[in-house]
Design a protein around this ligand. Structure first.
Ligand code: ZN
Length: 350
């Protein structure tokens, strides 16, 4: 074993005990890292180790791992934002993987974020997907569009969204979820919530009364739709938000061919976003910028916009705007879609 392999296990796993504490094993935290964890465990015979056997491994590698982390952290904070931006993608990932890891304490996270605010931003803003990835993803999205476009149960309702009931709109979501499952071979569950329910939850959490409520959110394989936004939103809302949120499911559970893409999605840069969110609130402009810069959002927003445009092209259905969303939501949307466009432009230049 080398220090990088040890570091991968520490950064991506929880150490669990079994047989009443006699044996220990590495439990991957995200399903994405399972394969690599298994490989390292197998190659280094780390299955079913007793605590006595694990101890010397930690004594040998933990100090090395620690000093490598410190060195990386030091190097990262000594760079200028421009130098950070110019780093090759592999280096950017190496730094981000070293800065944000599974067993990170809140204290460590706060220190890292405070110390590197501008460099983290420069790094995320310029963390671009390979152009080949965008191309392959658009080809797949074309299949989603083509199948949506040939289903009158969906398109007829989109054409007459104003006279479609909430129940019928929910059926459009269900149909779109079926199409997504078919194209991507991934499970998509969904349910609906009312803003009232969400506000009650926020109140219970002690959050301010005007906390932003999403149009849709994803957790595991499930997407929760804001039924008020579904009812009042534009006629693309159901198929478009379903696509966006289900793309987040793929990012979490699908294995992508390109190892770089795998690393981008396995990277815990969302820790930096949590930090910024906790520090202020969602209305803070620095939070919104950072949110929009996350690779997962660039990917989801970039494809979502592509899907909407292609659908307009293929079906001739015009986008009819629903009830105006408030200025805050509009601002966030503008930012995220612009960031996704810039990201695609950057990939094209490489
Ligand atoms: Zn998103």
């Amino acid at each position: 074993m080398n220090v990088d392999e040890f570091g991968y296990l520490i950064d991506n796993c929880g150490l669990k005990t079994m047989d009443g504490g006699k044996h220990v094993f590495f439990q991957p935290i995200k399903s994405r890292s399972e394969k690599t964890v298994q490989k390292i465990v197998k190659e280094n015979h780390l299955e079913n180790l007793s605590i006595e056997e694990m101890n010397p491994i930690f004594q040998k590698y933990y100090p090395l791992y620690q000093s490598k982390k410190e060195l990386m952290a030091h190097q990262f904070s000594s760079m200028s934002p421009q130098q950070t931006a110019d780093l090759p993608i592999e280096k950017k990932l190496e730094y981000m993987e070293s800065l944000f890891f599974a067993s990170q304490t809140v204290e460590n996270l706060v220190n890292v974020c405070k110390k590197n605010e501008e460099n983290i931003r420069a790094c995320l803003f310029h963390m671009d997907f390979p152009q080949s990835f965008w191309e392959a993803e658009k080809k797949l999205a074309d299949r989603y569009v083509a199948l949506i476009a040939t289903q009158p149960e969906i398109t007829d309702k989109m054409k007459d969204w104003g006279n479609t009931t909430l129940e019928e709109k929910k059926e459009v979501v269900a149909k779109a979820a079926e199409v997504f499952e078919h194209v991507y071979g991934i499970k998509v569950d969904f349910d609906f919530f009312s803003p009232e329910e969400e506000r009650a939850k926020n109140r219970a959490k002690g959050l301010p009364e005007d906390t932003h409520i999403n149009g849709g959110q994803q957790s595991g394989h499930k997407i929760s739709f804001n039924e008020e936004r579904l009812q009042e939103g534009d006629n693309f809302f159901a198929v478009s938000v379903l696509f966006h949120e289900a793309t987040h499911i793929r990012q979490e559970f699908e294995t992508f061919e390109d190892p770089l893409v795998e690393r981008i999605f396995n990277c815990r840069v969302d820790n930096a976003v949590y930090y910024e969110k906790a520090r202020d609130d969602k209305k803070d402009i620095r939070y919104q910028d950072l949110y929009a810069m996350q690779p997962v959002e660039k990917h989801a927003h970039g494809l979502q916009e592509y899907v909407e445009n292609e659908l307009i092209e293929k079906t001739g259905i015009r986008k009819m705007f629903g009830k105006e969303v408030d200025d805050e939501i509009k601002k966030i949307h503008n930012k995220t879609f612009s960031m996704a466009k810039l990201a695609q432009y950057h990939s094209l230049q490489k």
